[in-house]
Design a protein around this ligand. Structure first.
Ligand code: ATP
Ligand code: MG
Length: 583
C-alpha cells in the first residue's frame, strides 16, 4: 500500500500515497501483516481462532500513533470477522490511573470500533505469580539481591557476553522463600528482583536473565494494595495474550528483540492443546511537526504549553476530536498511510487532507467574517433588511437551505478589499464589482480611512436586479469574484481559535543535541473575535461547519449561548495536494 514517489526519492514523502484511495481500494490491498495471517490460515490456524488485541498502557491519552495500531488491530478484526480485545497493560501503578482508562475507552469507541472483551493485565496478577513460582521450582528463575548498577555491569554489552552474578545459583527453596516475602511486603523497593534464568551469554541482551518482577510499594488503580510486586512487560504481555487466546499479537518494531523472550516465556507454560500467540512487529508511526509519545505529551501538559491532553493542538485523539476532526478522517488517514516495516515520518498535511476531504462532504456551509471591514451599500434603503436563500451544501442535495439577512451595512474580510489592485485581484477594488455570496453584485465607489491611513469603511452601490437565484439575466451576470459577508446588525460575535502547528520543526524529536521543547511554536494559537451569520445562534458543542472561503470550524466545548467559541479545524487551502503537484 505504501508507495515510493515517482522520482524514487526516499524522503518521508515517498512513503505516503500520492492520491486519495477509495475505501474499496484500501480494503482490497493486503498489508504485510495480513499476508502473514493469510499464510497462517493456509497452515495451522483456522479462521475462528483469529483474535487480536489493542493493548494500551493507561498512563496517558491515546495519540495518532495509537490510532495506527487501533486501526490495524480493529481493522483486522473487521476484515476477518474476528474478536478484538481492549487490553489495558496496567503493570506500572506509578504512572497509571483509572482516568486514563476511561479516556482510552472513550477514544476507541469514538473512533467507531467495538471491542470484544475489556481486559486488564492486572486481572492476571495471580496467575502470573503462580507461573513465576512454577519457574522458580523448575530452576528457571531466581531472586537477585544486587543493585541495578551491579546487575547492569554483569550484563555485558552487545559485543561482550555477560557474566553470572553471585545469586544466580540460589536454591529453589531460598528463591521461593524470598519471592514470597517480596510479595508479602517485607522488602523495600530495589532490594530484590526476580529474574529469569536464561543465558548470560546470549547475543540478545534481553535474554541475559531479564527481570520478571520488581517490588513497588504503590497502590494500583484496580488492585489497590493487594500487590507490592509487579510483573514486568515481558513477563506479562505474552502470557496475557495466551490467557486471552490472542492469535496475533502485533506491536511496534522496538519489540522485535523482545520476540525471543516472548517466545521463551510462552515455552515455559503453553499447553500444547491451546492456541499459541505469535508476536509480529510493524513500524511506529511518526508524524511531522509533532511528537507522538505519551511521556512527551504529558510534559507539554505539565509545563502548561497546552491547556490539557485535549488541547486542539495536541496530536491526541481527544485533541483532534475537540479540534473538529472526524473519526472517518483519522481512519482514512491511517488506512492511506498503511503500516510499514520501517519507521517513517508522515507529513501532517496528509492528515489535514483527509479531514478536509471528509468535511467537504458533510459540513454545512455558512458565512463568517474573521477580520471585518465595514461595507455600506449607499443605495440600499436605510433600516431595510431582506432574507436571502442560501444553500447549506451545494454538493449535497439533501442538505437543504437557510435564510441569511442582508442589509445596508455589511462586514467583509479586510483582505478582500484594496483601493487599487492589478487585474489578478478578483476581489473588491475601487471601481470594481464583485458578487456577494447568495446576494447581489456590488461596486466599490469610495472608502474612508482613519488618521493612520487604515481603511475603515468602504462605500458601495448594489445592483438591485442582480440578486442570486432569481433566474433573471442580471442575476446570472458573471463577475470575477464572489465574497462572503455578514450583515453588521445581525452578526453574532464569536471567539474563534486559530491554530497553527505546535512545533516549528518538522521533526522536533529528531535532534540529538536539542530537546523537542525547544521547537515549540509560540504562535500556535491566535484567538480572535469573528462575526457569524445569525443561523449559528443555536449551535451545539462539536457541530462542524465550513466557513465559506476560510476553512472548517467546529464548536468548542467552552462554547455557550452567551459566548460562542469556535475552533478552526483546518483551512481550506490544500497544501498537501500542492506539494504533491510540485513533485
Ligand atoms: P508511548 O511512548 O506514547 O507511551 P507506547 O508504545 O508506550 O507509546 P502503549 O500504550 O504501550 O504506548 O501502546 C499501545 C499500543 O499502541 C502498542 O501496541 C504500541 O506498539 C502502539 N503504538 C504506540 N505508539 C505508536 C506509534 N507511534 N505508531 C504505531 N503504534 C503505536
Ligand atoms: Mg509505554
Amino acid at each position: 500500500m505504501l508507495q515510493r514517489g515517482k522520482n524514487g526519492r526516499t524522503t518521508h514523502f515517498s512513503y505516503i500515497c500520492p492520491t486519495f484511495k477509495s475505501m474499496e481500494e484500501i480494503t482490497k490491498s493486503l498489508n504485510f501483516i495480513e499476508h502473514i495471517i493469510e499464510e497462517d490460515l493456509e497452515g495451522s490456524y483456522s479462521k475462528n481462532e483469529l483474535r487480536f488485541r489493542f493493548p494500551p498502557e493507561p498512563n496517558g491519552y491515546l495519540h495518532l500513533g495509537h490510532a495506527s495500531s487501533i486501526c490495524l488491530n480493529f481493522g483486522l478484526g473487521e476484515r476477518y470477522d474476528a474478536p478484538v480485545n481492549l487490553r489495558f497493560d496496567d503493570t506500572n501503578p506509578a504512572k497509571e490511573e483509572s482516568a486514563y482508562v476511561e479516556a482510552i475507552k472513550k477514544d476507541v469507541a469514538w473512533m467507531g470500533f467495538h471491542w470484544d472483551k475489556e481486559c486488564y493485565a492486572s486481572d492476571y496478577f495471580e496467575q502470573l505469580y503462580k507461573w513465576a513460582v512454577q519457574l522458580i521450582k523448575e530452576g528457571k528463575a531466581y531472586v537477585d539481591s544486587q543493585s541495578s548498577e551491579e546487575m547492569a555491569k554483569q550484563k555485558g554489552s552487545p559485543t561482550t557476553p555477560g557474566i553470572a552474578g553471585p545469586y544466580r545459583n540460589r536454591s529453589a527453596e531460598e528463591n521461593l522463600d524470598l519471592f514470597e516475602r517480596m510479595k508479602n511486603g517485607e522488602f523495600e523497593e530495589g532490594v530484590h528482583v526476580l529474574r529469569a534464568k536464561i543465558d548470560m551469554e546470549s547475543p540478545n541482551m534481553l535474554m541475559r536473565d531479564p527481570i520478571l518482577y520488581r517490588v513497588l510499594h504503590k497502590a494500583h488503580h484496580r488492585t489497590n494494595t493487594d500487590w507490592c510486586i509487579y510483573p514486568m512487560y515481558d513477563w506479562t504481555h505474552g502470557q496475557s495474550d495466551y490467557l486471552e487466546q490472542v492469535s496475533h499479537s502485533l506491536c511496534t518494531l522496538e519489540f522485535l528483540p523482545h520476540r525471543e523472550l516472548y517466545d521463551w516465556c510462552l515455552d515455559q507454560l503453553v499447553d500444547k492443546d491451546k492456541l499459541r500467540p505469535k508476536q509480529r512487529e510493524f513500524a511506529r508511526r511518526n508524524l511531522s511537526h509533532t511528537v507522538v509519545s505519551k511521556r512527551k505529551l504529558l510534559e507539554l501538559v505539565e509545563e502548561g504549553v497546552v491547556s490539557g491532553w485535549d488541547d486542539p493542538r495536541m496530536p491526541t485523539i481527544s485533541g483532534l476530536r475537540r479540534r473538529g476532526y472526524t473519526p472517518e478522517a483519522i481512519r482514512n488517514f491511517a488506512d492511506t498511510v498503511g503500516i510499514a516495516k520501517r519507521e517513517n515520518l508522515v507529513d501532517v498535511s496528509l492528515l489535514e487532507f483527509h479531514v478536509r476531504e471528509h468535511l467537504n462532504r458533510i459540513a454545512p456551509r455558512v458565512m463568517a467574517v474573521l477580520d471585518p471591514l465595514k461595507v455600506v451599500i449607499t443605495n440600499y434603503p436605510e433600516g431595510s433588511e431582506e432574507w436571502l436563500e442560501a444553500e447549506n451544501n451545494p454538493g449535497d442535495d439533501q442538505a437543504g437551505s437557510r435564510q441569511v439577512p442582508f442589509s445596508r451595512e455589511l462586514y467583509i474580510e479586510k483582505a478582500d478589499f484594496k483601493e487599487e489592485a492589478n487585474r489578478k485581484f478578483f476581489r473588491l477594488k475601487l471601481g470594481g464589482e464583485v458578487r456577494l455570496k447568495n446576494g447581489y453584485i456590488i461596486k466599490a465607489e469610495s472608502c474612508t480611512k482613519d488618521t493612520d491611513g487604515n481603511i475603515i469603511e468602504v462605500q458601495c452601490t448594489y445592483d438591485p436586479k442582480s440578486k442570486s437565484g432569481t433566474g433573471t439575466e442580471e442575476s446570472l451576470r458573471k463577475v470575477k469574484g464572489t465574497l462572503h459577508w455578514v450583515s453588521v446588525s445581525h452578526a453574532i460575535p464569536a471567539r474563534v481559535n486559530l491554530y497553527d502547528r505546535l512545533f516549528t520543526d518538522e521533526n522536533p524529536d529528531g535532534h540529538k543535541d536539542k530537546d523537542f521543547m525547544e521547537f515549540v511554536n509560540t504562535d500556535s494559537l491566535e484567538t480572535i473575535t469573528a462575526f457569524l451569520e445569525p443561523s449559528l445562534k443555536n449551535v451545539k458543542v462539536g457541530d462542524r461547519f465550513q466557513f465559506q472561503r476560510l476553512g472548517y470550524f467546529n464548536v468548542d466545548k467552552e462554547s455557550s449561548s452567551e459566548q460562542l467559541v469556535f475552533n478552526r479545524t483546518v483551512t481550506l487551502r490544500d497544501t498537501w495536494a500542492k506539494i504533491q503537484q510540485k513533485k
